[in-house]
Write a protein that binds this ligand. Sequence first.
Ligand code: PLP
Length: 395
Amino acid sequence: MKYNTKMYELGSKRSAIRELFEYGKKQARLVGEENVYDFSLGNPTVPAPEIVNNTIKKLMETKSSIELHGYTSAQGDAETREEIVCYLNRTYDTNFSADNLYMTMGAAASLSICFRALATSNEDEFIAIAPFFPEYRVFVEASNAKLVVVPPDTTNFQIKFEELEKRITPHTKGVIINSPNNPSGAVYSEETIKKLAKLLYEKQKEYGTDIFIISDEPYREIAYDGVEVPYVTKYYDNTLVCYSYSKSLSLPGERIGFVLVPDEATDSKDLYAAVCGAGRALGYVCAPSMFQKVVAKCIGNTGDINAYKINRDLLLEGLTKLGYHCYKPEGAFYLFVKALEPDEKAFCEKAKDENLLVVGASGFGCPGWVRISYCVDTEMIKRSLEAFKRLREKY
Ligand code: PLP
C-alpha cells in the first residue's frame, strides 16, 4: 500500500521538542524525576481558574445532554460568539458582531483554516518572522502554499522591516505575526504594528493585491509589567485573528479558540464564507460543544499570570547572574537565551549531560539560540540553577 509521502514524513518524525520531552521521561526513570530539569514543552502548569470547573459543574446541572454535548452550528454556538465579541468590543473598543467569528479547535485549527481560506495557487506565499512557531510550516504547506522566512532581529525581537520588505512579492498572501511571541517572549510594540500596517498598505497598493496579517494570539493575555498588546485589527483592515484559550485559561487539551474576520477586510462576507468552507473542508466544524459554553461563561478570566512572572524573574535573574545572555520576555512563558557556542545543537547536548532539557531554536528560524519554557514548577527552576552553573563552567 502507498501512503502520502508528505503525511508519512509528518507522522513518523517526531518534532524535536516532543523527542526531548520523551527523552526527559526516560531519563527521569534513570536518575530520578527531581534531577531532570525539563524545560521543553509549552504546556501550561498554572491550573485553569476556578470559574472553569465551577462553570462545568453548573452546566452539567442545568443543561440537557443535547444542549451540552450535541452539535452546535458549524461556525459555533450563536450565544458563545455573541458573548465573545461583546467582550472584545468592551476591551479593545472594536465593533465586531457574532457573524465575524468562527469557533475552532484552538489556534492550530484557526491558522490552518486561514491558510486554506486564503491560498489560491501553489505560488502563494505566507511570510513568517523568525523566530516563529515551527508548525506554521506544516500548516502553510498543507494548504499547498510556501512559507517564506524573515530573519530575526536578535537585538529586540521586533521586525527587521528592510528584510520583510525584500520578501513581499505579488505572490504574498499573508504575513503571520505572533505577539506575545513563542519562543522569544517579545511583544510587538504599537510602533512595530503601525510600521507593519504602513508597509503592507503600500505593498497592497503597489501590487494591486490583498495582503493579510494573520495574527496568531494564544498568549495575548500573558503579558507582564503592564505591557500593552495592541489589537491588530485596529491598525490594519486585512487582519485575521487566530485566538485560542489553550494558554490564557490553561485548557490546551480541550481544543477551543476562534478565527475572527473583521468587516473591514476586503470582501469580508465572502472571506468569512471561505473561512467556513475551509473549516468544512478540513473537518473543523462545530468546535467542542461543551467548551464553547464554558469559555462563554469564563470570558475575561485567566489562570494566575503572576505565577509565570515569578518564574520569569527567577530564571532571568538566575541565568543573567551566571553570565548567560537572555532576552527579557515581556510576555508568553518562554525565555530565549543565546547558546554559549555558535552551534546551539552542541550546546543543547552539553545541557542534556546536566539533565537540562532546553530546545534549540534552529527549528524556530533562529540558530544559535535556545528556548527555555518556564511554565514549570518554580521549585524545579530553583533546583536547576546549579546545573546551569555547571553548564556555564564548561565554556
Ligand atoms: N501558535 C503558537 C505560537 C503556539 O505556541 C501554539 C501552541 O503552543 C499554537 C499556536 C497552537 O495552539 P493551540 O493549542 O491553541 O492549537
